[in-house]
Design a protein around this ligand. Structure first.
Ligand code: NHX
Ligand code: ZN
Length: 671
């Protein structure tokens, strides 16, 4: 965002200063024109007189000349200077200057009759002239002026659009121009690779691309070809765009940046022509880098379904992109970077060699990378010595770079809210809770019965996850409403790459623990368990249909990683198999539910005790569970981490809910 501002700033000096054309000037000028028109009368020196005076002057033979305007039924009479004073009471301006009087005539016919009578009687001997009386000025105003205003309006609009477009393009006639932003290489606060924490592997790949552009000889001399494009793939918030910005900062070449959705416009053919324009500009400035963010907006696989329609425009854009990418020689020095979080839905043609021939995977940061990221984002903060970066990076598994940035900012805001002079550890922990679980809603009104139900539900999760070997280690359970949930169990999931069958089964069992507790203790069911059940069901189906873990469908996976199945509308298995999948998933859920109930009944007393503590204090920590249920008979790596955590934070036991301790909710490792 700050980069864009810089572009605008750096553009300004190049443009000659022009006083802004204000639309109100036009209005004012038109208004003024009309006002002048209304008051401007060519015969100001003429006196308006009643008709009787004119008739009298005629009969007295005082009229030198008569001008009759037919259309307006008006007459202007020039009065002899001698009679002027007596008749009109007006002194002539100078001697022998006639005075003019003007009147409205009752009827032209009558008046001309009178005039010819008087002429015959030789009373009136002056000239009579008749005018048609059309006002040409008025005609001009009504015919030319509207056109003039319209033309001015269009000129103004066009000028405005020209100035608006950041790429210098704009105007009504340049929809087909690309909207790419060109990054200046002498940008003041540009992003470099130093600002990119973690992402070691991706950084190296991208650095290589920068190197290609800096020293192309090194590669081409050996006969190698410079790659045409690289695709940055990774979950949201992992820093794909940041990486691209760093490339812009590091490479001493022009950098065109645009978003996939920038190609899309409501006019047909605009996307394709924008692609063409982008590549034309890029080729002019080669060597250079073109970055297309969120490329899935245009790069989604072209449909096979013809009657879908409506997608034609996007497909044309994609086709143009495909031809352009393969249309220039590979050493022409234009390298395309693109970012997406959904590589699986991209068109296969886009991913083939010669186009985006390398994919750079940007993963969620591991514990060490999170530490680096924390260090970057803590730089601007005023920190209390209690803040322990290692501890925080351990507490945030599954967080992306953007999440961590958010944690740091949120922590600073929380500290400011409490009028602290520095951000301390507790602020960071509260920020993590806030980001994982949402905003605390202490004001939510709960009946005593609801509170009891929630407490037993959460205690159920706590008991089960404590008693199962592979369930995620529990940090705490709370019954403070937060976000959408009325209560939550907070886990610190182990960071592992593979998940065993036992892990999933224990997870399902722990998820069902809440519902099972309500069932056992109150013999009622309520709607609150929807989220638990949804997740448990999804896990069960994934076990059966994706991971090949059920007995009857052993080693069968119906997962489609290509996302390009020709027959997307039918399942890749028979109805019989579908029934089998349903039955197996149901069996898993039923089995784990029975197991959960059994464990809860075995630990009835402990469960009751925990629920009572929860009702009283609203929060129950892992250490309390240990005191009540006894230590777990086995110990995982994550448990060790938890032990370390409680010894390092001195807040092992129940505290008032405001002093919530470090915690990560269950949902971080599954989806
Ligand atoms: C409602 N919420 O929607 C009320 C306000 C069973 C004690 N009418 O299982 O809070 O009922 O172990 C993410 C996370 C919906 C999305 C939790 C969407 C919860 C949570 C429904 C506790 N803890 N249920 C739980 C709960 C509810 C819900 C969610 C979500 C309850 C249960 C929510
Ligand atoms: Zn639950």
């Amino acid at each position: 965002m700050d980069i864009n501002q810089n572009i605008n700033n750096s553009r300004q000096p190049n443009r000659p200063f022009k006083p802004k054309f204000n639309f109100y000037w036009l209005y004012m000028m038109i208004g003024l024109f009309f006002i002048i028109m209304m008051f401007w009368n060519p015969s100001v020196s003429v006196r308006e007189m009643p008709y009787s005076k004119l008739e009298q002057a005629l009969r007295d033979g005082c009229v030198q000349k008569l001008d009759i305007t037919l259309a307006k039924q008006r007459a202007i009479a020039t009065i002899e200077p001698e009679c002027a004073k007596g008749l009109t009471g007006v002194e002539p301006a100078a001697e022998n200057t006639p005075v003019k009087i003007e009147t409205l005539l009752p009827s032209i016919d009558e008046f001309s009759k009178l005039v010819s009578e008087l002429q015959q009687e030789k009373v009136f001997t002056g000239d009579v002239s008749y005018h048609e009386g059309k006002n040409y000025m008025e005609m001009l105003v009504y015919s030319i002026l509207p056109i003039l205003i319209l033309v001015l309006f269009f000129v103004y609009m066009n000028r405005k659009m020209m100035n608006a477009g950041p790429g210098g393009g704009g105007g009504i006639f340049s929809v087909g121009k690309s909207k790419a932003q060109v990054f200046d290489k002498n940008n003041k606060n540009k992003i470099t690779f130093k600002d990119v924490a973690g992402l070691a592997g991706a950084k190296q790949e991208v650095m290589e691309i920068v190197d290609f552009l800096r020293k192309p000889k090194k590669y081409t001399e050996l006969g190698g070809k410079i790659p045409k494009g690289a695709l940055l793939v990774g979950p949201p918030g992992t820093g794909k765009t940041l990486l691209a910005k760093a490339v812009a900062g590091e490479a001493d070449v022009p950098f065109f940046s645009m978003s996939g959705s920038d190609f899309v416009e409501m006019f047909v053919g605009v996307g394709a022509s924008r692609v063409r324009d982008l590549f034309r500009q890029a080729k002019e400035k080669a060597p250079c880098i073109v970055f297309i963010d969120e490329i899935d907006a245009v790069g989604r696989a072209r449909g096979k379904n013809v009657n879908m329609g409506g997608n034609d425009e996007r497909e044309n854009t994609l086709n143009q992109l495909l031809t352009e990418m393969d249309g220039f020689g590979s050493n022409s020095g234009v390298i395309i970077l693109a970012a997406t979080n959904r590589a699986d839905i991209l068109d296969k043609a886009l991913l083939r060699a010669g186009r985006f021939d390398r994919q750079i995977h940007v993963d969620l940061p591991d514990i060490h990378e999170r530490k680096e990221i924390f260090q970057v984002h803590m730089r601007p903060l005023k920190l209390d010595p209690s803040v322990d970066i290692d501890f925080l990076s351990r507490q945030t598994p599954g967080f992306s770079g953007a999440d961590i940035a958010n944690v740091c900012n949120e922590a600073a805001l929380i500290a400011a809210r409490h009028n602290k002079s520095a951000v301390d550890k507790q602020d960071f922990l509260d920020a993590v809770d806030r980001i994982v679980g949402g905003l605390e809603k202490k004001t939510k009104i709960l009946t005593a019965e609801e509170k009891r139900n929630i407490a037993y539900h959460e205690a159920g999760h706590a008991t089960i996850s404590w008693m199962l070997q592979y369930a995620n280690p529990l940090v705490k359970v709370t019954i403070v409403p937060r976000g959408e949930a009325l209560g939550a169990a907070w886990y610190l999931p182990e960071e592992r790459q593979l998940t065993s069958r036992e892990h999933i089964l224990d997870d399902i069992c722990a998820l069902l623990g809440g519902r099972a507790a309500e069932d056992i203790f109150f013999n009622t069911l309520d709607t609150g368990a929807i989220n638990d059940l949804e997740r448990a069901t999804k896990k069960a189906y994934a076990m059966v249909a994706y991971f090949g873990m059920s007995d009857k469908l052993m080693n069968m996976s119906y997962y489609d990683s290509t996302g390009q199945s020709d027959f997307g509308f039918t399942k890749p298995y028979s109805d019989k198999t579908a029934e089998l999948i349903d039955a197996e998933a149901k069996a898993i859920i039923a089995e784990q539910y029975e197991r959960a109930k059994r464990i809860l009944i075995e630990n009835r007393e402990g469960h009751n005790k925990m629920a009572q503590i929860l009702i009283e204090k609203e929060v129950l920590f892992g250490d309390d569970v240990k005191n009540i249920l006894g230590p777990r008979p086995w110990k995982s790596r994550a448990d060790e981490l938890l032990d370390e955590q409680s010894s390092s934070s001195q807040t092992g036991n129940v505290l008032p809910p405001t002093d919530n301790d470090h915690s990560v909710e269950d949902g971080t490792d599954n989806k």
